[in-house]
Design a binder for this molecule. Structure first.
Ligand code: FAD
Ligand code: DHB
Length: 390
């Protein structure tokens, strides 16, 4: 079997790429190890940058997003017993974020692909990339017990951090940059109305907490927990007690609790592979880079990579112009490294580290005070949060 672009992974990166390529008249096959039901239920990110929303709308998959997405003009930083608003409408006029769950984006993209006859193979295994440095790379895999192979012009590795694509690049031809953090996030989704209109990033001695939401009826919360924390030691009542202790720190705020629909623990890691391409293989999204979630950048970076890759492939197919492909990694990495720094900065700003001494805590508080009292510092946070265009 043949296709033009073989895409490994049906996360936001792989699905959007397949959809955008289709709109450029370029065919693709998407290979996904999980089932459709699984990827549509996987709860992850929820903050879409302005540019991400524009991309989804322009691609014709923004209809439900426009109806159900919650537009936010600011976020709150809560520390020292006070609340401080970072007001996007004042600091970065015309730019805002939209809160809309990643799994909703995934559902919209799967529906759009299948409606236009797109080829997504779910539940495949043993995916392997071969001959990526030739003009006829191929993807081998097993589906329903049968070995299959698809010959391609190009392969897009969109299979996330634990995928196989990145490792197909010879070890000597790639460099990894990484940082681990000594804590994790415990995330929950709860059937309860949000207790605030905007997201709350709360810093305190007990650890970081984040109040987010998905809809007027569903809230999303995250707690900083130990790097080795296990869900078994976090029964629902302990989670609510800890959320209350970390969020009910300002006068007049009380947190509403409700049934917990879903719980998970996410490791915190920063990672970049350079370059993001080798031969005819192009990596996009988490396959190439990971950020700790504090800056809400992971999904947005995946969409930005896919925009660049689509343009580059479209130029190649339309006019034989390979310049976009040659520059793919360098173009993406400018934005990736800005988001790396922002995510690292937000993470180290808002999480107390066990290794901190009293001096380190004072520095953190001083930086927080500066961010909420200097217009220049608040603008820097705001323009990175809504999406910095290099
Ligand atoms: P993914 O969404 O990971 O998609 C990769 C796809 O490839 C998956 O469907 C996977 O099943 C498939 N795949 C993997 N290996 C193979 C293989 N060998 N063969 C075939 N298919 C394969 N970001 C935030 O901003 N906030 C958050 O709260 C947040 N929480 C997260 C929680 C978790 C557990 C993880 C892993 C990430 C989280 N992120 C969060 C980051 C954000 O969700 C990602 O940046 C985003 O999913 C990237 O999209 P992607 O398409 O590149 O990768
Ligand atoms: C959400 C996730 C984030 O990582 C973040 O910084 C803000 C909100 C969320 O899932 O809603």
């Amino acid at each position: 079997m043949r296709t033009q672009v073989g895409i490994v992974g049906a996360g936001p990166a792989g699905l959007l790429l397949s959809h955008l390529l289709h709109r450029e008249g370029i065919e693709s096959v998407v290979l996904e190890m999980r089932s459709r039901a699984y990827i549509e239920k996987r709860v992850r990110a929820g903050v879409l940058e302005h540019g991400t929303v524009e991309t989804l709308r322009a691609a014709g998959v923004g209809e439900r997003l426009s109806r159900e997405g919650l537009i936010h003009q600011g976020i709150e930083l809560r520390f020292g017993g006070r609340r401080h608003r970072i007001a996007f409408e004042e600091l970065v006029p015309g730019r805002a974020i939209t809160v809309y769950g990643q799994q909703e984006v995934v559902k919209d993209l799967v529906a759009a692909r299948l409606a236009s006859g797109g080829d997504i193979r779910f539940e495949v295994d043993d995916v392997a990339l071969t001959a990526i440095d030739s003009e006829r790379p191929s993807v081998k895999f097993r589906a329903a017990g049968e070995r299959e192979s698809i010959e391609c012009d190009f392969i897009a590795g969109c299979d996330g951090f634990h995928g196989v694509s990145r490792d197909a690049i010879p070890a000597g031809a790639r460099t990894h940059f990484e940082r681990e953090y000594p804590f994790a996030w415990l995330g929950i989704l709860a059937r309860v109305a949000p207790s605030a209109d905007e997201l709350i990033y709360a810093y305190g001695d007990r650890g970081f907490a984040l109040h987010s939401m998905r809809s007027p009826e569903v809230s999303r919360f995250y707690l900083q927990v130990g790097a080795d924390a296990q869900l078994e030691s976090w029964p629902d009542d302990r989670i609510w007690a800890e959320l209350r202790a970390r969020l009910e720190t300002v006068p007049g705020f009380s947190l509403a609790a409700g049934p917990i629909l879903e719980k998970n623990i996410t490791a915190m890691r920063s990672f970049v592979v350079e370059p993001m391409q080798f031969g005819r293989l192009y990596l996009a999204g988490d396959a190439a880079h990971i950020v700790p979630p504090t800056g809400a950048k992971g999904l947005n970076l995946a969409v930005a990579d896919v925009r660049v890759l689509t343009r580059a492939l479209a130029d190649w197919y339309a006019r034989g112009d390979a310049s976009g492909l040659a520059q793919y990694s360098a173009t993406c990495l400018r934005r990736v490294w800005r988001a790396q720094h922002f995510s690292y900065w937000m993470t180290t700003l808002l999480h107390p580290f066990d290794s901190d001494d009293a001096y380190a805590r004072r520095l953190q508080l001083s930086q927080l005070e500066y961010v909420v009292s200097s217009r220049a510092a608040a603008t820097s946070l705001a323009e990175n949060y809504v999406g910095w265009e290099p």
